[in-house]
Design a protein around this ligand. Structure first.
Ligand SMILES: [Zn+2]
Length: 312
């Protein structure tokens, strides 16, 4: 099946060139789910580009009847960051415009301070699907209110960029954001509370369970409004889990492409999409469940003095 390639303008440079986002879209012949997959939000973290390359290659071999819904892929989701270089080294973690971490720019348009009482009252007797549709509309309305003044660019480039990316993902069911460790790491992912049921399908050994967060990372900004609504409904005695999920995969290390991590990423994503019935491949169940490590139990170790570390 053919991929639809669309360019989205990000910024007109002083030279007159236009910096653009490359997006790739596969539309299945039925189904309404939307899957959003991006990589390279941090410039040095290039493994996700290889993962998305393999996914595009694979989806291109399918027929439209093999995909239920729409899959949108953005391999170089941050062209500014990926081009930040100091000689051979890639920085690309912080915006050169304001020093902010590229993955702490995002925000919730509906959060714990929002008043959702009238929304709950109006929707309490509707089906999960109806409530989900209504809430999507509310999120998009809130988002548009928030960004309406940005048409005249009364905002910084970082904010403008953030809004563009957020808008592309806002109506997705499943969001997958692929990162890498800045130094060296095993492959793992981040899992939100109330979404533990599906974490195993990514076939990775470890996940960090998000029991605390600040809400400014891409995955959090997408899912938090939904988790917040679920909690509000729980208080009324109704337990709903919306068909909306968000995952950050951390594959391998920055500035290099570890093929084993690429393969794991591709296999995990295809298996997850099959479990979600977006693809009709046989679903693999992992031999061992993914071990969930609560985020509040993570411990950082710092050197007590300057020096060098060597293997012993
Ligand atoms: Zn990252």
């Amino acid at each position: 099946m053919d991929v639809e390639n669309k360019l989205i303008d990000l910024q007109t440079l002083a030279s007159g060139d236009i910096l653009q986002l490359q997006t790739y879209r596969f539309q299945g012949h039925k189904g309404t789910k939307k899957i959003y997959i991006q990589a390279n939000l941090h410039g040095a973290e290039i493994i996700g580009n290889a993962v998305i390359y393999e996914l595009i290659r694979y989806f291109s071999t399918l027929k439209s009847r093999d995909i239920e819904g729409e899959i949108l892929l953005i391999p170089f989701c941050n062209p500014t960051a990926v081009n930040q270089r100091n000689l051979f080294f890639s920085t690309g973690r912080y915006s050169p415009y304001d020093g902010n971490n590229w993955n702490r720019l995002f925000g919730n348009y509906i959060n714990e301070h929002s008043n959702l009482d009238s929304f709950i009252q109006k929707n309490i007797n509707l089906t999960r699907e109806e409530i989900q549709d209504n809430y999507y509309e509310k999120i998009i309305h809130k988002f548009q209110q928030k960004i309406s003044y940005s048409q005249s660019r009364g905002i910084s480039f970082s904010e403008h960029y953030r809004n563009q990316l957020h808008l592309l993902s806002l109506n997705a069911n499943y969001v997958i954001d692929i990162h890498s460790s800045s130094v060296n790491s095993i492959d793992y992912l981040y899992c939100f509370d109330r979404r533990q049921k599906t974490v195993d399908y990514f076939l990775l050994d470890y996940a960090i369970l998000m029991d605390q967060y600040d809400g400014y990372a891409f995955d959090e900004a997408f899912l938090n409004p939904w988790l917040f609504l679920e909690k509000k409904f729980l208080q009324t005695g109704r337990n709903i889990t919306f068909d909306v999920e968000s995952w950050t995969l951390e594959l391998g290390s920055g500035m290099q492409i570890n093929e084993e991590s690429v393969t794991k990423g591709v296999q995990g994503i295809l298996n997850y999409l099959s479990a979600k019935k977006v693809l009709n491949l046989e679903v693999r169940l992992p031999k061992n469940k993914t071990k969930l490590i609560p985020k509040n139990t993570l411990k950082s170790y710092y050197a007590s003095q300057g020096g060098i570390i060597r293997n012993r």
